[in-house]
Write a protein that binds this ligand. Structure first.
Ligand code: FES
Length: 80
């Protein structure tokens, strides 16, 4: 699973700071360290629709920590 978190200042301050922790905890709790590639990206020039989270090429908008967890679960279920 490829996870990309927008680390631009808008997304970061509006939720991705917390989403990053959610993702890191999720990966650790599910033992996914070997199968998840997590990286940050620069501003996607779509700040008004942020915070952005992209998983396996699908970009999600306005992601809060609850939505972040739902999205991660959905993708993990797809891979199972
Ligand atoms: S900071 Fe994420 S789109 Fe601009």
């Amino acid at each position: 699973m490829n996870i990309e978190i927008c680390m631009g200042s808008s997304c970061f301050s509006r939720g991705n700071k917390r989403n990053l922790v959610v993702v890191q905890n999720f990966v650790r709790e599910h033992g996914l360290e070997a199968t998840v590639a997590l990286r940050g990206c620069l501003c996607l020039d779509a700040c008004s629709k942020g915070p952005h989270l992209t998983i396996d090429g699908t970009r999600y908008e306005q992601v809060d920590p609850n939505a972040c967890l739902d999205i991660l679960r959905k993708h993990l279920a797809k891979e199972a």
